[in-house]
Design a protein around this ligand. Structure first.
Ligand code: DLL
Length: 429
């Protein structure tokens, strides 16, 4: 099942649509956004030089800093009169990035999310509990309008209110819940405390996104909630949730390429990588009027796979994002990603799927402290467990963390609303 026929169009048909929309997007950006006009002029380019997606590499990238420098609405291509909604990115430092939508943009976004829902196996007779935050964050309203576009039933509960979430899962028999992966696990914990086993409820799918989720974490969610976990990806600057999603094959996220054109580049040089090689995802919007974005450096690391998927969709698939280029932690000359710690944490039945990483500086030396939580029923030897976890961490990270704290179940703060924070860098303080 697909939401619309573009999802299975031939690559040639798709290319034609992309090229036409790209020309229109470039013209809109050049004529209506001073930043793009200056960028083109400085590069000695005119919109006529960009005839097809193959010409995109002539253009410089758009970055987060460009959004910051043109805060709040300097990247908009239309007057505020034509903007019918704004949202903002959930960045934790500095000013947020403000994004705007015309009525047509909202229509494109709704359709993108509706495609995601259908790919995730959601039908028009399903009940979708939307536990993404409503408000400036794109997750809540973004998912909401997609469910309405599809004609399924949306429960707009938003983030938090966890006991109520569990009650509604049961009372309204929600078929699907949309939330962050860390929240899905928290939900299972709260349900346990309430004496409810979510596995006994009708819930069959969790559409998780907005945060990285490693494969072991997905397995944990699927097992604890008795569901299929479907990964949805997106970012405010490009549209919000709905840029890409897994289908039921769970083998990569289909990017809606007639709306968003993907490239993968080497994060250091900006050069394109070979197909199938990992690099930074760069996106160009192809159907946005209020905020056309050319070659945006997402910071997210992934690979692209152009083979047709077993579901029949022809749109390229990106790999699940388990890290951003700026997540890389560099300590005493060793590099590691939080996802590597996560994969070790999830290997041990004796510890819960929660962790935090604290980075501190003592004198001129950096220290890494990792905190993990024992499961509620833990009754074994602490020192033995600590030794085994440290050994695994040393193998995976290629160094031994300075300290490993094993704390009681529930001691690591849970995130009820918004995105989970796992890394606390105290070094600059
Ligand atoms: O997080 C949009 C969204 C809402 C996506 C709900 C999915 C579900 P921002 O707040 O602008 O937008 O944050 C975007 O979050 O660049 C990624 O680093 C990260 N991210 C989003 N989805 C995923 C995912 C929303 N499925 C930033 N896996 C992006 C990993 C994700 N990281």
């Amino acid at each position: 099942m697909v939401f619309d026929s573009t999802e299975t169009a031939s690559r040639e048909e798709l290319r034609e649509v992309q090229d036409g929309r790209l020309r229109e997007t470039v013209r809109n950006a050049y004529e209506n956004v001073e930043f793009y006009r200056e960028t083109f002029d400085a590069a000695g380019l005119s919109p006529a030089d960009i005839e097809s997606v193959e010409d995109l590499s002539k253009l410089p990238f758009t970055t987060k800093e460009d959004f910051r420098d043109h805060y709040p609405t300097g990247m908009f291509a239309v007057d505020m009169d034509d903007v019918i909604r704004v949202h903002a990115s959930s960045g934790t430092t500095g000013k947020p990035k403000i994004v705007g939508y015309t009525r047509e943009d909202l229509d494109v976004w709704s359709k993108a999310v509706a495609r995601c829902l259908v790919a995730a196996g959601v039908g028009s007779d399903d009940v979708v509990q939307n536990a993404y935050g409503y408000g400036l964050f794109t997750g809540g309203l973004g998912l909401h309008q997609g469910v309405e576009e599809l004609g399924a039933t949306v429960i707009p509960i938003g983030g938090g209110n966890t006991q109520r979430q569990v009650e509604l899962l049961s009372d309204l028999g929600s078929d699907v819940i949309a939330c962050t992966p860390s929240y899905a696990l928290y939900l299972a914990e709260v349900a346990d405390d309430m004496g409810t086993d979510i596995r006994d409820l009708p819930l069959r799918t969790v559409i998780f996104g907005a945060e990285p989720c490693t494969e072991p974490m997905r397995n944990e969610i699927e097992e604890r909630l008795g569901v299929t976990g479907i990964d949805i990806y997106g970012l405010s600057e490009i549209v919000g949730p709905g840029v890409s999603v897994e289908c039921e094959a769970q083998d990569g996220l289909h990017i809606w390429e007639d709306y968003f054109y993907p490239e993968v580049v080497d994060p250091n040089t900006g050069d394109p990588v070979e197909e199938g090689e990992e690099g930074e995802l760069v996106l160009t919007t192809l159907a946005k009027d209020a905020l056309p974005v050319l070659r945006y450096r997402t910071g997210d690391l992934t690979t692209l796979d152009y083979d047709t998927c077993e579901c029949g969709r022809t749109c390229v698939r990106m790999d699940n994002i388990t890290g951003r280029s700026d997540d890389l932690i560099i300590v005493r000359g060793v590099n590691f990603y939080p996802s590597e710690v996560e994969s070790v944490v999830l290997e041990f039945d004796e510890i819960a799927p929660h962790y935090r990483i604290d980075l501190r500086r003592e004198g001129s030396l950096d220290r890494v402290e990792i905190t993990v939580e024992l499961v509620e029923e833990f009754g074994g030897s602490l020192s033995d467990l600590e030794g085994r976890i440290q050994k695994r961490l040393s193998n995976v990270l290629s160094f031994t963390p300075d300290e490993l704290h094993l704390v009681e179940y529930g001691d690591i703060a849970r995130t009820e609303v918004g995105k989970v924070q796992r890394v606390y860098d105290h070094r600059g303080q």
